[in-house]
Structure formats: C-alpha cells, structure tokens
Design a protein around this ligand. Structure first.
Ligand SMILES: [Zn+2]
Length: 129
C-alpha cells in the first residue's frame, strides 16, 4: 500500500472509490432489512389485533399485543444497533488522525484527496477523479 511523507498509508483512487461503494452497499442492505422487519412485523401486529379482538377476551388481547409490541420495539432497536455498528465498521478512517469519515468528509476527501479534519493525505496525490 502506498504511503505519504509521514509514512501513513494512503489509498489509491480506485481503493477509495471501492471502499465508498462498499459502505453504500452495507447501508442500503441494512436499511432494507430494517424496513422489511419493521413494516412486516408492524403489519403482522395489526392483523393479529384484527383477528384477536373478536376471538379473545379484551385483557388477553391487550396482554398479548403489548408483549408483541415490546418484542417488536426490541427487534427494531437491535436492528438499528446492528445497522449502526456495520456502517461504522465499513466507514473509511483517516490514517493520520484515526477519525472515521462521515459523508461530508468522504466528499471532501474525494475532491481534495485530504482529510477535512487534520489535512492529512488520504488518496494518492496523482489520483484525481
Ligand atoms: Zn485526519
């Protein structure tokens, strides 16, 4: 891997673009999983309520629906936590200041080749888009 004058590893333009595309794929995939889970189980709860109201005693419906709703909220929370962890793990980090690059920092790095926080070289200087 190439390095700059400080000895820190810098990315080629190709590696940088590949890592950005991988991050976008992770975010898109995790978003779809979260959407499918929350919409699917949200609708399942509504169907359960519609089915259970005429079948079961009101207190039993409330107890079961309340438990299902708590499980649903825990599931959505767990998926959100997993999504944040996976996106954080896929983020590029500056080899100089170790900061994870957010969307804006990635755009600045793409345009300038440098970290917007410390100014360190991230992408080989000759590699312009
Ligand atoms: Zn930096």
């Amino acid at each position: 891997m190439p390095s700059d004058v400080t000895g820190a590893a810098v990315l080629t333009r190709e590696d940088f673009d590949r890592r950005r595309a991988a991050l976008k794929r992770v975010a898109r995939r995790e978003g779809r999983v979260l959407a499918a889970f929350s919409v699917g189980l949200g609708l399942a709860q509504l169907l359960f309520l519609r089915w259970a109201e005429p079948q079961m005693a009101h207190d039993a419906v409330v107890a079961v629906a309340g438990s299902l709703f708590l499980a649903y909220i825990l599931g959505v929370g767990a998926l959100l936590w997993r999504m944040q962890r996976r996106i954080r793990a896929a983020r590029l980090a500056c080899p100089h200041c170790r900061a994870a690059l957010n969307d804006m920092s990635e755009r600045v790095a793409s345009a300038t080749g440098r970290c917007d926080l410390c100014g360190g070289q991230l992408i080989e200087p000759g590699d312009r888009p």
